[in-house]
Design a protein around this ligand. Structure first.
Ligand SMILES: C[S@@+](CC[C@H](N)C(=O)[O-])C[C@H]1O[C@@H](n2cnc3c(N)ncnc32)[C@H](O)[C@@H]1O
Length: 149
């Protein structure tokens, strides 16, 4: 069972690390709880997922792809499963920073190799990376990336 504190903890991290980011793309946001937490912190947020049943938040009922027009200051994903890789590739293509809390891989890799793989992917796209751990149970490591100077 994933830790229910994850939404507030990740929203706090996003608000702290990207203080100037007003508009957030929340990819694979499920019910929209991270969206709620970000709006409570003064951000505007659009959640992408395919869940018909979700909270009354700004919601794009579709998969997130690399072709999504970039109208965000940061793109994030919390336990975003198969979309995690897409978020990093999107960041590389569009030049917006990203923050992901990886969980399951999209290629059967165990957790630690998956984390290293995602970090290497970001760096191969010219992004500088940083790892942070949220104070919660379960998959709690955050990979942050932004265009290297
Ligand atoms: C483990 S759930 C996490 C949901 C939520 N972020 C949370 O922490 O509770 C993974 C979600 O990823 C969504 N997903 C996977 N690939 C996606 C994509 N390309 N675009 C949007 N959502 C995607 C699934 O529909 C599912 O809701």
């Amino acid at each position: 069972m994933a830790d229910k504190r994850r939404f507030d903890l990740f929203a706090d991290l996003i608000a702290t690390r990207f203080p100037d980011a007003r508009r957030v793309f929340d990819v694979a946001g499920g019910m929209g709880r991270l969206n709620e937490a970000l709006v409570a912190r003064g951000r505007s947020c659009l959640t992408f997922d395919r869940r018909h049943k979700h909270l009354p938040v700004e919601y794009a009922l579709r998969d997130f792809t690399l072709d999504e027009p970039c109208a965000a200051d940061v793109v994030v994903g919390l336990h975003a499963d198969g979309a995690t890789r897409v978020i990093i590739e999107y960041s590389g293509r569009h030049g917006v920073p990203f923050a992901v809390v990886p969980c399951c891989s999209d290629n059967s890799m165990p957790y630690n190799p998956w984390m290293r793989h995602l970090e290497g992917l970001a760096q191969s796209l010219g992004l500088s990376t940083e790892l942070v751990t949220l104070p919660m149970e379960g998959r709690a490591r955050v990979l942050l990336g932004r265009r290297a100077l």
